[in-house]
Design a protein around this ligand. Sequence first.
Ligand SMILES: *Cc1c(COP(=O)(O)O)cnc(C)c1O
Length: 222
Amino acid sequence: MSIKNNLLKIKSTLPSTVTLVAVSKTKPIPDLMEGYDAGQRIFGENKIQEMAEKWEAMPKDIEWHMIGHVQTNKVKFMAPFVSLIHGVDSLKLLEEINKQAKKNNRIIDCLLQIYIAEEESKFGLDEEELNEILHFVQNDKDGMKNIRIVGLMGMATFTDNQNQIKKEFTHLKSIFDKLQLRKDAINRVSTLSMGMSGDYQLAIECGSTMVRIGSSIFGGRI
Ligand SMILES: *Cc1c(COP(=O)(O)O)cnc(C)c1O
């Protein structure tokens, strides 16, 4: 199957409420262009340097999403162009994004990453840390005017156990629902980024609004 066919096939199965992020990390530009020529305009990368190089080389109507873990000192390299940062997991990082967005005269959309897996290695906040960050952002006198928290992101445990994955996605969805009810706190919380190649159908059943799909579109990574 070609990249184009993979993409069109997946797109045809997604509900209209679900946004597809084509995860192109490690893949060469001609592969991304094949996706672009098939109509894809949102690409996800997990390394800032690689994303910046692809941004420079590719058409400018692409939305670039940073889906990986972000080091504070590298935010400046993507601040001029990134359209959504999925993995925000600390106040320090959020403050740096705000600072760099301001320098670039931009407002950068962010998702707060919630820890839902039963794995030590995955990044993210628990509900209490989430509420602390929201409280700070809400009460910040200077106002973090150059960032916008538009939703949450999470990654389920890497397992074949569908029940466990479902439990983790449902947990994230319940935190998202609570957040959406807090209309006082944040302006526009509409994005729930969950689901990858192996679990996106389940994620959508559990309420995902944005799926991050790589290998099912571009093929496996070495
Ligand atoms: C690599 C990656 C994906 C895509 O994974 P696939 O299994 O190839 O679809 C999704 N989300 C994050 C955070 C990733 O790092």
